[in-house]
Design a protein around this ligand. Sequence first.
Ligand SMILES: Nc1nc2c(c(=O)[nH]1)N[C@H]1C(S)=C(S)[C@@H](COP(=O)(O)O)O[C@H]1N2
Ligand SMILES: [Mo]
Length: 217
Amino acid sequence: MLGLGVAGVAAGPFLQRAVEGVTSKDPTGLSGLLPGGGGFRYYSVVGSVPTRTAADYTLRIDGMVDRPVTFSLPQLQAMEQTRIVHDVQCVTGWRVPGTPFEGVRLATLLDAAGVRADAGAVRFSCFDGEYTESLTLEQARRDDVLVALRMQDRPVSHEHGGPVRLYVAPMYFYKSAKWLSGITLTPSVEPGYWEHYGYDVDAWVGRSNGRDDAPTG
Ligand SMILES: Nc1nc2c(c(=O)[nH]1)N[C@H]1C(S)=C(S)[C@@H](COP(=O)(O)O)O[C@H]1N2
Ligand SMILES: [Mo]
């Protein structure tokens, strides 16, 4: 298992997909079940991710907006916080019931930047330098989509994508980009990291990827 994981780091997603074929369990490859994870697995598509503290974290909103804007962590913390308690569902099969997330509604941040009328989608980038995700503007404006500062009633840890990650409650957890650093308004949806390898772009739990009931809560 460890050997396969290390090979996955070196060779990238194609070998991670090969690992999926071998184990039928872990298409996203680089996972580990760490102590105290509360049922979570930790995923990263890169071998190591730099840490960002409250002092050096920034979130940039740009692209097809009236006013590109950069938020610091204290600025995000000072905004109205929304709490959502919902099941987390990974497309590989594991689910963590009733997980609390808290943060700023993505719609609020989009409004702060002023989305231009010709924008149709949102692309997320991450300070791991590799992962991307995207949503249509309509999906991004849902009130159950958060820029999350807290998860499991504590600040989002580095392993879980802190200090700030995306949380897309109604979709498979691969939409919830960790280590969020950028939000770019684009004309239309650009498939994200795993979507280049076959995952659905519209990742509604219970409606895409052919299985799983809709989460409760
Ligand atoms: N930046 C980044 N975000 C990511 C991933 C990743 O590898 N890198 N993996 C995704 C997948 S497939 C899942 S299931 C969840 C896992 O979140 P966790 O590590 O907090 O359990 O993060 C999602 N967001
Ligand atoms: Mo996942």
